[in-house]
Every structure is written in structure tokens, then in C-alpha cells.
Design a protein around this ligand. Structure first.
Ligand SMILES: C[S@@+](CC[C@H](N)C(=O)[O-])C[C@H]1O[C@@H](n2cnc3c(N)ncnc32)[C@H](O)[C@@H]1O
Length: 257
């Protein structure tokens, strides 16, 4: 079968996906621990395989040593270039697309892939990547991974949105607007739930200025959102990392994405 998708820019960087990897270990750790075959796919690893190598190392350390990562790339030249980094059977690089090359992973990570597609291709890509029962973590970040957002998708449906930033660099939560997942980035306009969320987050941040530094300010911001009646997941041990997970904000049209 021809891999589903299109070759796009291959930009990547060491350590760029550390925030999302840490969250995958936290959120998907139990699923992976219970799996007979703890397989994770890194879809669209890019011009170098560095973030797939890091994903495997992080999950091996945090979840289980026998976790296997398959890096899939639609560009055969990038698959060939990745081979020196392979460590089969625990780390393998293959050609493949949204159909996942016939594999049946527990978790798929797809970062900085869908942002280069049209918005109306997102729902299909989500459905295809979760068709065999995998959960999908699909997100976007800046070049160095200091600001990141991702969707957690089950059976084609987005469940949560996570915003995560290095707090010492975060001027204002409005920064997240530029790095929203493709499904939301064009919906950051008045009347849309994601706009409402970012506006509430910004107001809470403005109101939470404290002399105790950005971590305390972020904690106060998240607590304020919660006290206003918004659902915020997890607790201070996640929030203090500069992370916030909320129910998927959907769109004003009522569609899930
Ligand atoms: C910007 S790079 C992202 C690299 C890495 N994931 C990161 O976040 O740093 C996007 C990569 O996704 C690949 N890609 C795009 N669509 C794909 C698809 N449907 N299946 C597999 N790879 C895909 C592109 O060829 C490109 O190498």
C-alpha cells in the first residue's frame, strides 16, 4: 500500500519534544505497561531521527525497558538516513504514512506533521492513525520545544488539549496561539471555544502576577481558571511543569475539530 500523506519540511531538533514525551510517559504509561506488545510509533520523525531516539530512551527509562519505537517517515531518503541510529528490535525506522505501515501500536506520536497539511485533512488523518485502536498524541511546538501544544485523540475523537511551556521564557500565554494544533489554530477568533480559553488564560495570568516567579504565577493562573469553573485536569505536580490539560475545546460549529 502506498503510504498515506505527503512529504513535508523535515525540520527537527534535539530535545524539541521533551515536553510531549514526558506527558506521554505520564498519560500513556499505564497503557504501555499493560500491553503485550508495547509498541509506539513516531510518525514523521523528520530530517534526522533524533526525536525518535529520545522518545525510545525516555519511555524505556520512565515506563518499561522493552518499549519499542518505530519511526515512520513518508520520505524514503529520511528513512535511509536514519538507519545508523536504529537498534532493532527496540528502535526501527521504516517508510510509512498515516496508515501506520500495517503496524498495531499502542501509542502514536505525530508532532509538527499535521501543521503542514490543510485543516480539512486533520479529521481523516486522526481517524486513520487511531483506526487499529492506538491512542494518538498529535501536536505542534516551536523549534526548540519551549512552547508546545498537543491533542490527545482516541478513536478519531480529540479528548484533551494540553498547553506546555518553559515558564522562564513565557512572556504571556497568548504565545500559545501561534503553536496550536492544526485543528484549532484557525479557530482562535472571538466566538470560538479555543479563543475563549486563551482569553481566560491570559486574564488569569494577568491577575496572577506574583513576586515569586513564573512557576508560582502559572500555578496561580491554573488555580484561578479552575476556580472560575473551568475543568482543568491533573494537579500541581503537572501544572508546575508549565503544563495545563483541559477538555478539547472543539469549535463553535459544534464539530469536534
Ligand atoms: C517538521 S518534520 C517533524 C519532525 C519531528 N517529528 C519533530 O517534531 O521535530 C515533519 C516530517 O513529517 C513527515 N511527514 C509528513 N506527512 C507524513 C505522513 N503522512 N506520514 C509520515 N511522515 C510524514 C515529513 O516528511 C517530515 O519529515
Amino acid at each position: 500500500m502506498k503510504p498515506l500523506g505527503a512529504v513535508t519540511r523535515g525540520t527537527t531538533n534535539p530535545n524539541r519534544l521533551r515536553r510531549v514525551d514526558n506527558w506521554i510517559a505520564y498519560r500513556c504509561g499505564d497503557l504501555l505497561a499493560a500491553a503485550a506488545v508495547p509498541l509506539v510509533i513516531d510518525l514523521g520523525f523528520g530530517a534526522t531521527p533524533v526525536t525518535a531516539v529520545e522518545l525510545r530512551a525516555r519511555l524505556a527509562a520512565a515506563v518499561r525497558p522493552d518499549v519499542a519505537v518505530v519511526g515512520l517517515e513518508i520520505d524514503p531518503a529520511r528513512v535511509a538516513a536514519a538507519q545508523p541510529a536504529a537498534d532493532p528490535p527496540l528502535l526501527v525506522f521504516r517508510r510509512g504514512g498515516f496508515e501506520l505501515a500495517g503496524l498495531r501500536p499502542v501509542v502514536v506520536r505525530a508532532c509538527n506533521v499535521l501543521r503542514q497539511y490543510a485543516e480539512d485533512q486533520v479529521a481523516d488523518a486522526w481517524r486513520t492513525m487511531t483506526a487499529t485502536g492506538a491512542v494518538l498524541v498529535e501536536g505542534t511546538c516551536d523549534e526548540l520545544g519551549r512552547v508546545a501544544t498537543w491533542a490527545y485523540v482516541e478513536a478519531g475523537a480529540p479528548r484533551t488539549l494540553t498547553l506546555s511551556a518553559r515558564l522562564s521564557d513565557l512572556d504571556h500565554p497568548a504565545t500559545f496561539a501561534e503553536r496550536l494544533p492544526k485543528a484549532l489554530i484557525h479557530h482562535n477568533v472571538p466566538g470560538e471555544p479555543v479563543h475563549d480559553l486563551l482569553a481566560a488564560l491570559g486574564r488569569a495570568w494577568d491577575a496572577a502576577a506574583t513576586p515569586f516567579g513564573p512557576r508560582q504565577r502559572w500555578l496561580a493562573t491554573v488555580r484561578r481558571l479552575r476556580d472560575e469553573g473551568r475543568t482543568v485536569h491533573d494537579g500541581p505536580s503537572r501544572w508546575r511543569r508549565g503544563e495545563l490539560t483541559v477538555p478539547w475545546p472543539g469549535t463553535a460549529a459544534g464539530r469536534p475539530a
